[in-house]
Design a protein around this ligand. Structure first.
Ligand code: 4UU
Length: 549
């Protein structure tokens, strides 16, 4: 059966993102409203300032860098309020943003920037050594690196994004027209169901649709951009990284659409977050489960007055019912859940704040304009209550993986459903539950870890004969962690010291979230089927037994 959203379809306008967000006639809030506030310095962009800074940057790109439709800007930065004008200015100039995890190593960054063929990179001073080395490796000239954030280049060589010069030539001062349905706005990276990270091609319409779907779902949570019951507008904590699709749509875009203020922090530190909530009277936050754990259990939380918080939304990784209860017991606020993927721009399911207690553990119903199927391994469609792979269709479903047209037949069904690689079911009321994962992907604190990438690195070690990486479960921290099962070459000791040495060796080569926190297990053989495909499920079951013991 096809599961349909209980909500009436929304009309999705055929406009680009800039037009949706910046060229509209009516908003429920005024142009001087501060939308993005830097939680560390207090500096801010109101709507007018954001629009003019983005426009200047877009014009600068066209004039100084001869920016053309489809040109890609790499963005390699922790959260900064400057992220907003850089993204929106690039879109105005017809460009595409390839947003990268700011903790990437040179090799990881170079891979993404080369794969998405960036014409320039926006970054922060602190990350310049990584960017310069990556840029040199892939042939991006130094004058195509620009800075965002507070710091300027002390050598004066690199321009700040606000310094790009625009000429007064008339044709450069108009927005570059795009076809919203076909032209891309973002390349975010995901490993999908298998293999290495790939560019997820998100069109303008994908994002426009998701902003509207998400916004209409969240209005049911009683948000107010101005006024509201206490006379103040709602304010959110912006700690989800903007480079990741969850922060990109649900904070960076939704803030400009809905006018809830976003207080940005470059990285999550529980004490700083609590202080900001107290000082700014933050009313809600989109976060992944480990931050929910912090609010539920960490002693530091008791030092602050968090009474302004109305609810939390958890997504990007599984959340246990016990954590939801623990937050309620401590802060007396609901924790609701959403579900989504990079490939769906991202939100597809969203729980209403009114239903958090009734359907605990559910990721909520399908958002407007969404359809789903639940399908077994033989492709048979299942019905209510039956677990199977979740397939999704809607205007927010992506255009395919960059430069990988051959993946389309495994990624999409014949009737255009996207195969998520997640396992779950719907109850009779249309609430979905995610129960397992069919695909290889590991989620550490909501960040993607592609087993194939770690296996590739491990196989490059002279002492390792074969490797398989799977998700293990750290019960104490209530989170998934990558664990490697290794076959060593003859004569190599299979000791704890060797395991530690290899864990450190991997750590020196990857971003912190990819470290082998689940440890290493030595085995005699990696289980494989007759055609040589790794049988991850066998090791996943083994890990489950061990982690439960
Ligand atoms: C169990 O993580 C995301 C997007 C997350 C998101 C979550 C709630 C956005 C909006 C929102 O409200 O994207 P990716 O591409 O990094 O990872 C996608 C994968 C899914 O396939 C699933 O395995 O992350 C996992 N996932 C979840 N798992 C995402 N949300 C959940 C969830 N429970 N609530």
């Amino acid at each position: 059966m096809v599961f349909k959203s209980n909500h009436a379809d929304l009309a999705i306008p055929e406009v680009d993102i800039w037009t949706l967000l910046f060229e509209r006639n009516e908003k429920e809030w005024t142009d001087d409203k501060e939308l993005f506030i830097d939680g560390e310095t207090g500096s801010a962009y109101n709507f007018t300032q954001l629009k003019s800074t983005a426009l200047n940057f877009g014009k600068g790109l066209k004039s100084q860098w001869n920016w053309k439709k489809g040109d890609v800007l790499g963005i390699f930065s922790p959260n900064s309020i400057d992220y907003a004008p850089v993204v929106f200015g690039t879109l105005w100039a017809g460009g595409v943003c390839s947003t990268a995890n700011p903790t990437y190593t040179v090799k990881e960054l170079a891979f993404q920037m080369k794969d998405s063929k960036v014409k320039g990179i926006a970054t922060q001073l602190a990350m310049l050594p990584t960017v310069l080395e990556a840029a040199q490796q892939i042939g991006i000239p130094e004058d195509r690196i620009i800075l965002i954030g507070h710091d300027r280049d002390p050598s004066g060589k690199l321009q700040h994004f606000t310094q790009l010069k625009s000429t007064s030539l008339l044709n450069l001062s108009y927005q570059t027209r795009v076809d919203p349905k076909k032209d891309l706005a973002f390349l975010v990276y995901s490993s999908g169901t298998t293999g290495l990270p790939k560019g997820v091609m998100l069109s303008h319409t994908n994002i426009v649709a998701n902003v509207l779907q998400f916004s209409s779902a969240e209005k049911r949570s009683g948000l107010h951009c101005m006024g509201g019951p206490d006379g103040k507008g709602d304010k959110q904590l912006a700690v989800l990284p903007f480079y990741h699709v969850y922060g990109l749509t649900c904070i960076l875009h939704a803030t400009v659409w809905d006018g809830y203020q976003a207080i940005a922090l470059p990285k999550f530190e529980l004490e700083k977050a609590c202080k900001l909530i107290q000082d700014y009277q933050v009313t809600f936050a989109y976060v992944p489960p480990p931050i929910i754990l912090g609010f539920a259990k960490h002693p530091i939380v008791d030092k602050y007055d968090l009474s302004s918080l109305k609810w939390l939304n958890s997504g990007a990784a599984p959340l246990t019912g016990e954590l939801v209860d623990a937050v309620w017991e401590r802060l007396t606020i609901p924790t609701k859940q959403g579900y989504g993927l990079s490939e769906t721009a991202p939100v597809t399911h969203m729980q209403s704040v009114l239903e958090w207690a009734k359907f605990k553990g559910s990721v909520g119903p399908l958002m407007a304009n969404m359809e789903a199927k639940v399908v077994d391994l033989d492709g048979k469609e299942l019905s209510v209550g039956e677990d199977g792979e979740i397939w999704l269709r809607g205007p927010n479903v992506f255009q395919g993986y960059l430069n990988r047209p051959e993946l389309a037949k495994d990624t999409f069904s014949e009737c255009g459903f996207f195969k998520t690689g997640d396992i779950g079911h719907s109850d009779a009321k249309g609430n979905f539950y995610i129960t397992d994962r069919l695909k290889e992907l590991i989620k550490y604190k909501g960040f993607q870890v592609a087993p194939a990438e770690l296996e590739g690195i491990l196989l490059g070690h002279s002492e390792i004969a074969d490797a398989c990486v799977i998700p293990a479960f750290d019960r104490e921290r209530s989170e998934e962690v990558p664990r490697a099962y290794l076959v060593m070459k003859e004569g190599v000791p299979r000791t704890d010291e060797k395991a530690k040495e290899l864990i450190d060796w991997v750590a020196s080569k990857v971003a912190p979230h990819k470290q082998l926190r689940g440890g290493i297990r030595f085995i005699d053989e990696v289980p494989k089927n007759p055609s040589g495909k790794i049988l991850r499920r066998v090791l996943k079951e083994q890990a489950k037994k061990e982690d439960r013991a």
